[in-house]
Design a protein. Sequence first.
Length: 252
Amino acid sequence: MDDTELTESDAWVLMRHLGYDPNNTAEYDAFLKEWCENEALKKELESTDPELYRLVNLRANAFEGELAKFYLEEESLKAKLDTTVSKEQMKAYYDKHKEEFLLSDYLVKGLYLKVPKSADYKTFNIDQAYLLKNDKDLSDVNSYAKLYAENFYFNDSSWIYFTELSKDIPLTKYNVDNIVLNRSKTYFTDEEFTYFLNILDYTLKDDIPPMEFVSEQIKEIIVLNRLQQLKEQHGSTLIQKIKDKHEISIHK
């Protein structure tokens, strides 16, 4: 961007910290586009209003200090941070904060199979086996999926968001509520693929999810709360130690 460069290694570091996936071409292109636009804006401000550009730099430098403080505290306190969270602690948090976890989507347990339209499923009796009425049906579907599936999912013990399960199923012509609430067992074909869907169980929208579904989220919250407490207890001491290491002069 004019005389400003962003190396690929720096781009990867920035992308990871900003939540982008550097291996995803679309996200990589989106990040580069955003970076170039931001650099163009800075160049334009520098040429049209130098005083305002100076203010932008001063504010950016001030933010660098806050960012440095954040990372120094994180690294320093990690050694003191207890990241072990017991099931009892998770349950206690869950029982007290259930309303924080209200669902905005259905949770389901089920089977989903996507195969090319050209794949023969009737010879293998998949249009019956996906219903899972007999003990050997799942084994038959598994074997078939290994040979032909573009996508296959089955879990009758763990929950998944319905939108995640069905993200590559063309459901625009269908009533999603009816599919879930009726525990639908259906299959259909479009121009390219045949889709099999078997909803075994579900939870309602706006319901409170089972604790096991949010256990990792609860653990993360508890650990972050502990880190915040450590910052409040030791943050000022850490800052003072850092200040003592560096010569600070204030001229008035």
